[in-house]
Write a protein that binds this ligand. Structure first.
Ligand SMILES: N[C@@H](CCC(=O)N[C@@H](CS)C(=O)NCC(=O)O)C(=O)O
Length: 214
């Protein structure tokens, strides 16, 4: 399998698919295409017909879009979703909500693992997004989290979908209390999250569109 991704410092969508692959223990080749270069679009289009990453390539399959990649992986690795139908439905709902929502959090607090920007990007809209994320986490943990420290107990696709929010909370100094804070700490300590973070810190490319001014 081959996963085409972008800069680890900035590419929140890449992180989701990459974590899902790491979570199932599937070996894969990583192809990193740098964002914001003169040939970025051309290079991504060599792999991904949408012109966007992540894109998973496996023999005859080409799958783009993070959630489609996760669903495709889950056919082979069903442990990516929770074991019971009710928990699976809930996990899919919060994952789809993450995939299609939270525009203020995305635009005003872009993932930028290298930077510490406490308090930046807070507007009523981003505060509302943050509050909704925390409410989702608390609800999942309360309903389905008793068998482990992740949203649905063991690590699932839902955790992969919320992983970039965890790096955003770390950068922008969002410090939820109680169970949500414990979940955030668990995610940031996950070995694959630490591996991604170390690689992001080692990158030097800057994408001005994703940088808030000092
Ligand atoms: N909904 C898509 C979004 C993918 C996306 O927007 N990817 C960005 C990188 S994080 C991209 O490929 N950008 C291409 C560019 O900026 O040229 C997904 O879930 O994969």
């Amino acid at each position: 399998m081959k996963l085409v991704i972008a800069n680890k410092n900035y590419s929140s969508w890449s992180l989701r698919a990459w974590l899902a692959l790491r979570a199932v223990g599937q070996p894969f080749e990583e192809v990193r295409v740098l964002l914001d270069q003169p040939d970025t679009r051309e290079r991504i289009l060599e792999h991904s017909p949408s012109g966007r990453v992540p894109c998973l390539i496996d023999d005859t399959l080409t799958v783009w879009d993070s959630l489609a990649i996760i669903e495709t992986l889950a056919e082979r690795f069903p442990q990516l979703w929770p074991a019971t139908a009710a928990a699976r439905a809930h996990a899919r709902a919060v994952s789809a909500e993450m995939h299609s929502g939270f525009p203020a959090l995305r635009s005003q607090m872009p993932m930028n693992i290298r930077r510490q920007l406490p308090g930046r990007g807070r507007t009523p809209a981003s505060e509302a997004d943050i509050a909704r994320v925390i409410a989702i986490w608390l609800d999942c943990r309360k309903r389905y989290g008793r068998n482990g420290p992740y949203l649905f107990g063991s690590f699932t696709a839902a955790d992969a979908m919320f992983a970039p929010v965890c790096f955003r909370f770390q950068s922008y100094g969002v410090e939820p209390s109680g169970e949500a804070g414990a979940y955030l700490a668990t995610m940031l300590a996950h070995p694959a999250m630490r591996e991604w973070q170390a690689a992001a810190l080692a990158e030097s490319e800057v994408v001005p569109a994703d940088e808030l001014p000092d």
